[in-house]
Design a protein around this ligand. Structure first.
Ligand SMILES: [Zn+2]
Length: 133
């Protein structure tokens, strides 16, 4: 399976990650038909800068707005300010949405490292993606 991601999504996620550093950023990935078309920001409700918790109120509000616009929540994104775009043990322990995509942006390298994963049965499986203009 190869997912498609709009180039604007990558740009938005990287910008958010850089603004939030040294804390992690997070948000939702919206789209449909195997294409991630939009990234929307949510606040990180974690007090610990080295982890993320999507703010529950933001999660509900952004989900409702997406539904009203006919878009699906395909998954989530977050950043690793000092490490690669590989799911951490914490990510594995806290992921709660089977069948969803998880995009990670790693700022340890320049240009940033991007990893896309599908979460199922308690594990992340890396998913290949292509970027569309
Ligand atoms: Zn992580």
């Amino acid at each position: 399976m190869v997912e498609r991601i709009r180039a604007g999504v990558i740009a938005d996620v990287v910008r958010h990650a850089r603004e939030a550093a040294p804390a992690e950023c997070c948000g939702l990935l919206l789209g449909g038909d195997g294409e991630i078309g939009e990234a929307v920001r949510t606040r990180n409700a974690s007090g610990d800068p080295s982890r993320f918790v999507i703010d529950p109120a933001d999660h509900i509000a952004r989900r409702r707005e997406a539904r009203n616009r006919g878009l699906a929540v395909l998954g989530f994104y977050h950043s690793h300010p000092r490490s690669a775009a590989v799911p951490s043990a914490t990510d594995r322990a806290e992921a709660a949405y089977p069948g969803h995509l998880y995009l990670i942006v790693g700022l340890a390298s320049d240009p940033p490292d991007l990893g896309l994963y599908q979460f199922d049965a308690g594990n992340f499986r890396q998913v290949r993606f292509v970027t569309l203009d």
